[in-house]
Write a protein that binds this ligand. Structure first.
Ligand code: FA5
Length: 365
């Protein structure tokens, strides 16, 4: 090798070494900066801080963005070297950032879920189911007993004409029986019906001369009464059967059938002569007091019995006014107090309990 060649090769080697050293130096700077960035990301203790670091590196004015923007100013020799290390650094930092962001996002989600967590082992709030009022239940039970033996349900008017409430039932204006039912008058002609009996005459008026008339009619009635067994508003159920050859035995048999169905065989029943202007003969039915077992208490006014219904053979005058011939047809009728039936069946000693809407009472039915 000539001296010239030797010198040339020496300088080439020197140039190579210098370039290599330069390249190493460049890589060293970038790697150091990368390590620093990775450490900062690692130490960041919130998503907010990680995002701040991200902006500081890759944001519009971030270090990496600035470096890449100025690549044009780097010498042609350094550019590929710098480009390569920057590219690698960028990938490493981005990966670390991504992992850290996912970590915080998951942590946040976990916290949110914990906050929203419902402890299904805690006792819930009980929702009480509504149900029918005890008076409605008893009324339905009574109607169903009569339905099964062929009675049709008919409704009447709560505001009734004095004429139907009294006169058509053989209770003229000066009749002392009007005092038996101290009434709420709306005006001279209209009254809050004092019993369900006006349904008898209204129904007969519609049906006559057809036979039989066989109806049952539930509804509210109103009287100037107010004590533990008498309410100013209460419910009655009226029954009426008109046909040929009807006797008191039919009435007794029907009432016994009903009372046994509703109270069972163990309650005592008493049929007592009574008076109603619209029935002749008339009878009232008493049931033995369930509160004292018939020995006498406040509930039964110390008599051992509670009156639950009035009844009798339809008065010939009532049949006549409705257009029936009393020599040809007969009938029986009864009117029972629904509250009284409920009180006897469930041993309730005060009628006012039905209307106080006390849930502790109502919940029991
Ligand atoms: C009447 O109301 C007659 N209309 C019944 C009748 C119908 C008789 C058909 C003959 C033929 P009385 O006033 O007795 O009768 O009432 C009937 C029933 O209603 C009583 O037996 C009683 O159980 C109930 N009752 C009466 N007054 C009240 C009151 N203030 N509160 C709750 N129940 C009452």
């Amino acid at each position: 090798m000539s001296l010239m060649d030797e010198a040339k090769s020496f300088f080439e080697q020197l140039k190579k070494d210098t370039l290599e050293a330069h390249k190493k130096a460049l890589e060293g700077i970038v790697n150091e900066a990368t390590e620093e960035a990775l450490e900062d990301i690692e130490n960041a203790d919130s998503l907010e801080k990680v995002k701040k670091i991200q902006v500081g590196i890759f944001g519009k004015k971030g270090h990496m963005t600035e470096l890449l923007k100025n690549m044009g100013k780097v010498s042609a020799n350094d550019r590929p070297v710098l480009g390569k290390v920057l590219h690698e650094s960028r990938q490493i930092i981005e990966k670390k950032l991504e992992a850290k962001i996912i970590f915080f996002a998951e942590q946040e989600e976990e916290l949110k879920l914990q906050k929203e967590m419902v402890d299904i082992t805690l006792p819930g709030q009980k929702v009480y189911e509504g149900h029918k009022h005890p008076i409605t239940l008893i009324q339905e039970e009574i109607l169903s007993i009569f339905n099964k033996i062929g009675y049709t349900v008919v409704e009447g008017y709560e505001i009734e004409e004095d004429y139907y409430n009294f006169e058509r039932l053989n209770i003229p204006k000066d009749h002392p029986a009007r005092e038996m039912q101290d009434s709420f008058y709306i005006n001279q002609e209209l009254v809050l019906r004092t019993h369900t009996s006006p349904v008898q005459t209204r129904t007969m008026d519609k049906i006559t001369p057809q036979l039989p008339v066989k109806i049952i009619s539930p509804g509210k009635v109103f009287r100037r009464d107010d004590d533990s067994t008498h309410s100013p508003m209460f419910h009655q159920i009226e029954g009426l059967l008109v046909d040929k050859n009807i006797t008191f035995a039919h009435l007794k048999g029907t009432l016994l059938h009903f009372l046994r169905k509703i109270f069972g065989e163990d309650r005592e029943i008493r049929l007592r002569p009574s008076y109603f202007p619209f029935t002749e003969p008339s009878g009232e039915v008493d049931v033995s007091c369930g509160n004292c077992g018939g020995t006498g208490c406040r509930v039964c006014s110390y008599s051992g019995w509670l009156e639950i219904l009035g009844s009798g053979m339809v008065h010939p005058k009532v049949l006549e006014m409705a257009g029936y011939d009393p020599d040809e047809v007969q009938g029986f009728a009864f009117g029972l107090g629904v509250e009284r039936v409920a009180m006897l069946k469930y041993d309730i000693n005060d009628i006012r309990l039905f209307y106080e809407n006390d849930n502790r009472f109502l919940k029991q039915f």
